[in-house]
Design a protein around this ligand. Sequence first.
Ligand code: SDX
Length: 409
Amino acid sequence: MAKRTVEVDVDEHGAFNGAELKQQGVVSYDQPLLSTATARSAITYIDGDAGILRYRGYPIEQIAERLHFLQVAYLLAHGELAPEDERQSFRRAVYDAEVDVERIDAHVNSFPVDSHPMAILISGYAALGASHPEAKHVKDAEMRKRLFPLVLAETLELGARAIARHAGVEPGRQTGDSYARRFLEVCGDAIDRARGEEAVEVFGRALDVLFVLHADHELNAGTNAMRAIGSAETDMYSSLAGAAAALYGPLHGGANEAVLRMLDSIGSLDNVAGYIERVKTHEVLLYGFGHRVYKNYDPRATVIKKVVDEVLETAGANPLLDIAQELERIALEDDYFVSRKLYPNVDFYSGIAYRAIGFDPATFTVLFAVARTVGWLCHYDELMSGEFKITRPAQVYVGKGERPVPKRA
Ligand code: SDX
């Protein structure tokens, strides 16, 4: 390997312009984009070593305690907390948005009853785009601002109806006073209503916190996909379909569903040690653990653990929590995990809360996507508001050199 030295100018953020490499005749091979920034963003800040997460500068722990989901949506979109009058008008803009519910219903019902709800959601974003040709004017900031509350309202109906469809129940009507509560209403009997209205109130408050915690997370795979697709000047609806498809993977937003299936497969405390051994031989993953950025506890996992306690107080104890806590106890002590800095991430406990509310594990990633729609739209808007070029990575070619096609091919 020929060693070469290249000189680049590093700025105050510790970043240099990748074009300087090309000018010096080299490219960086970085498939996971481990040390390649694809955006300059002011939306979310993460310090993975310190376990810090801030939305527009506000610490996630305080946001989760003091703000509702639509307040967070406004903050992420506008960069500042909404003044009281704006707060009400933004809520009304979402709750009174003209959502074509019949069209969403027809889309959802065109799928067989037990279809995975993420298939319905992913295709649903693209289907919604067909009725919003105005979204193709991607550089129109006023259009993006006008569509923002509408897309949140459409996503509420689409996500909740996909969940109801998967459960084979009729969707309900929105009447509640929060986005999360209205979402639960449209889910109908796909959640546990056996414990009465008070319990559903508790579930609504818990879901609101979970939506807040999942709203944005800097340049994760789904959000990077949103920006990469948007860089081709694709409309926001089609870009959302791509972002949701990236989120669906079990290494990303599909992990919450994978955690529940893992806990179910372990089945009892007696089997935990055996599962850990299988993780160490790389036979299985410890889903809900590890993170590309957090090499410390994911601050969202800490908040979610409290949400789980509150939900289980109402919904009743869940033996899966004991298995999860035993997995965590072992992993936080065992050098295999400690040496790799593997800690619980946002997906480790969220599934237990969702399950206690009555959601089927197949619906968990829809819950993640509904909340993350805010972050995807905000990153898309940030991209469209500035200068950008289409995302088209370089390649390291390792294939054959030129050769002639045989005359008698
Ligand atoms: C989310 O990016 C975001 O911000 C995402 C997210 C968001 O809000 O958008 O936070 C949401 O996606 C959270 C992550 C959910 N995924 C999971 O819980 C799936 C399980 N986790 C792993 O697949 C993994 O930890 C990743 C994908 C999350 C991160 O992978 P990296 O950064 O590529 O780390 P790696 O694969 O290089 O792992 C380093 C070492 C390896 O071991 P060695 O090869 O050195 O022996 O740690 C091991 C890995 O095998 N490892 C794990 C593990 N995670 C990493 N071993 C067992 N179980 C795991 N979960």
